[in-house]
Design a protein around this ligand. Structure first.
Ligand SMILES: Nc1ncnc2c1ncn2[C@@H]1O[C@H](COP(=O)(O)OP(=O)(O)OP(=O)(O)O)[C@@H](O)[C@H]1O
Ligand SMILES: [Mg+2]
Length: 230
């Protein structure tokens, strides 16, 4: 309950900022409707604020949406779907992806939620990677009773004051970010009896960030895992 009301408060705050900005801009634009350049510019800002609004609300809704039952999911299929989903953006960023996936890696999960987590980790890495020599190492490995999904970038690294609060809701350093990505990701992974951990460095030459998702491996004597289509 305490967390829910804290989140509701934070959500109100996140929604109110763009709403207020849009309200003010509409008012100002009406006053200066004879200045087409200004009207055009204001429309651009309004559009941007609306995009933030819709991202904040859809992120917040995802977690509360009721889900069907968990299924057996092949995490390699999910990893491949996530890569396919962001293939264009990866190419545009000029990032080299080194992926090594080890099968079988089946876990009991809500597939779309895990896809959402992996997606957010990929997008975060792309945001942090330089335009040149950006590298992303992507692994799915099993170890004993566990599956590890590891995403390591050679990006900017995370400064200590951000790292300390990384999993808090609305913690963002991006103008277009909601700061809900990692908060949500951690909750999703914990709900799946897993862990989400990170390591980061800003030391030149050793800079980068590694996120590791660990989930329970289930034995393959169960029925065929569900297939994911991207
Ligand atoms: N791989 C990374 N390298 C450097 N910084 C990162 C990385 N991943 C996350 N961060 C930092 O953590 C912050 C929080 O990430 P999170 O995914 O929760 O939200 P966001 O990416 O800012 O917003 P959104 O997910 O809505 O786009 C980011 O703003 C960024 O500063
Ligand atoms: Mg993010």
């Amino acid at each position: 309950m305490a967390l829910a009301s804290r989140l509701a408060g934070a959500l109100m705050h996140e929604v109110n900022n763009p709403l207020e900005a849009i309200t003010n801009l509409v008012y100002l634009t009406k006053l200066r409707k004879d200045d087409p350049a200004l009207v055009w510019e204001n429309m651009g800002i309004i559009e941007q604020q609306l995009a933030i609004l819709s991202k904040v609300t859809s992120q917040a809704l995802t977690f509360h949406r009721t889900q069907a039952e968990a299924q057996n999911w092949d995490l390699v299929a999910i990893a491949e779907s996530a890569l396919k989903l962001h293939a264009d953006k990866i190419t545009r960023h000029g990032v080299t992806v080194d992926s090594r996936f080890q099968r079988p890696a089946v876990t009991r999960a809500f597939g779309t939620e895990i896809l959402q987590v992996v997606s957010n980790l990929i997008l975060n890495a792309l945001d942090a990677l330089p335009r040149e020599n950006g590298r992303l190492s992507f692994r799915v490995r099993t170890h004993g009773e566990a599956i590890h999904i590891t995403l390591a970038d050679n990006g900017s690294g995370i400064p200590a004051h951000v790292a300390q609060r990384l999993f808090e809701p609305y913690m963002t350093t991006k103008t277009q970010g909601t700061g809900l990505g990692l908060w949500l990701s951690q909750r999703i992974i914990v709900k799946h009896s897993g862990t989400l951990r990170f390591r980061t460095s800003q030391k030149p030459g050793r800079n980068g960030t590694t996120f590791r998702i660990t989930l329970p491996l289930i034995s393959l004597s169960r029925p065929e895992p569900a297939k994911m289509t991207a």
